[in-house]
Write a protein that binds this ligand. Structure first.
Ligand SMILES: Nc1nc2c(ncn2[C@@H]2O[C@H](COP(=O)(O)OP(=O)(O)OP(=O)(O)O)[C@@H](O)[C@H]2O)c(=O)[nH]1
Ligand SMILES: [Mg+2]
Length: 370
């Protein structure tokens, strides 16, 4: 891993920025990744990013991924073997891939000296990445090693109704508070509908409330505001605070409009990462280590007390209470390797599902994802 400080003036390569694209199904995540990929290629000099596709179910991606989950896990096979539906299949495929994420991180860190951007494309079903243990593990692992930003892709034309806009923003809010990472709202598809209305609603909650009031269905038959209307009015006040912590850019992944502004926002987010996320990460890491150490010290002192009592009771047995030091743990999963497409020939090597399958009579319960 590069330990270089983030400064190019000192002549040492600064760490690359990681961009995690998250968004509702069909918001345009993959198209956006393709667009920023081609923008980075078109720079002078070109600065090709390193791209990871984490969507196991996608049939075609519009860019060339350097690491593709589909090379490691066969999603169709996972569905069959575990008797799962499409969402359970994606979730389980992501879980299996996450068991190998230390290898991915190793490859990515090796590339940190040669690339300026690392981009992650996530599965279409947003909750699979944002609410699963694997999504959190992947996000935390990468963010604790490199400056990371979440690009939350919004389908602008589909968010033009106040109620849809608000539910999308609430989702964004929950992801921001869960990851605690710098956050950029990317209003995509501005070629279809400009995002001015969204900016106005974010800057002025009264504008949002009046849009809400004029929207059909906001009043009941007696002319009173509906329950939903009152709820959204109050929520808009709550979200006002959330909007203050955000950067918002309008982008068209189709035409390339706004991509430069997006990268300006990524650059600003690096500072937020370094000033806010990193110190917080170090604080929580130190707290976790202290708790662990306390638990270890406590159990060690109890063990020593027990041993002392045992030895006092039975001095002969105390001579034999040693265990052989030359026994080592077997690490039997070392043979499945993550493929860096830019280095290795592929098609790749899949995680062998037949080894994961339950044998007859074996009393193992493979947990079904809920
Ligand atoms: N007009 C327009 N269409 C877009 C834009 N970005 C994406 N699309 C279209 O939106 C649709 C969905 O795009 P994808 O990139 O597959 O979206 P996604 O979020 O990756 O989808 P999933 O991974 O399936 O959730 C495609 O038909 C794209 O062509 C844009 O900026 N403008
Ligand atoms: Mg996609």
């Amino acid at each position: 891993m590069s330990t270089a400080p983030s400064s190019s003036s000192s002549g040492i390569k600064r760490k690359p920025s990681v961009i995690i694209t998250i968004g509702m199904a069909g918001a345009g995540k993959s198209t956006f990744v393709q667009r920023i990929n081609s923008y980075l290629h078109s720079l002078d000099p070109p600065s090709p990013p390193y791209i990871l596709n984490l969507d196991p179910a996608v049939t075609q991606v519009p860019y060339e991924a350097n690491i593709d989950i589909r090379d490691t896990v066969n999603y169709q096979e996972v569905m069959k073997q575990y008797n799962l539906g499409p969402n359970g299949g994606i979730l389980t495929a992501l879980n299996l891939f996450t068991t190998k994420f230390d290898q991915v991180l190793g490859i990515v860190e090796k590339r940190a000296d040669t690339v300026d951007h690392i981009i992650l494309d996530t599965p279409g079903q947003i909750e699979i990445f944002t609410w699963s243990a694997s999504g959190a593990i992947i996000t935390d692992a990468i963010a604790s090693s490199l400056p990371t930003v979440v690009a939350y892709i919004v389908d602008t034309p589909r968010s033009s109704a106040p109620a849809t806009f608000m539910s999308n923003m609430l989702y964004a809010c929950s992801i921001m508070y869960k990851t605690k990472l710098p956050f950029i709202l990317v209003f995509n598809k501005t070629d279809v509908q400009p995002h001015d209305f969204a900016l106005e609603w974010m800057q002025d909650f009264e504008a949002f409330q009046s849009a809400l009031a004029s929207h059909s269905g906001s009043h009941d038959s007696e002319g009173e505001p509906t329950y939903m209307n009152s709820l959204m009015n109050s929520m808009s006040l709550v979200l006002d605070e959330f909007y203050k912590h955000l950067k918002a850019v309008g982008v068209s992944s189709m035409t390339g409009d706004g991509v430069k502004e997006f990268f300006d926002a990524v650059e600003e987010s690096r500072e937020v990462y370094e000033k806010e996320y990193l110190p917080e990460l170090e604080r929580s890491r130190a707290a976790r280590e202290k708790t662990l150490q306390d638990v270890k010290d406590d159990s060690m002192s109890r063990l020593m007390k027990d041993l002392a009592v045992d030895r006092a009771k039975n001095p002969d047995a105390a001579l034999h209470d040693r265990w052989a030091s030359d026994e080592e743990d077997d690490d039997d999963d070392a043979e499945i390797n993550i493929i860096d497409r830019s280095e290795e020939p592929w098609p790749g090597q899949y995680i062998d599902m037949t080894r994961a399958r339950r044998q007859d009579g074996e009393q193992i319960n493979w947990p079904r994802p809920s």
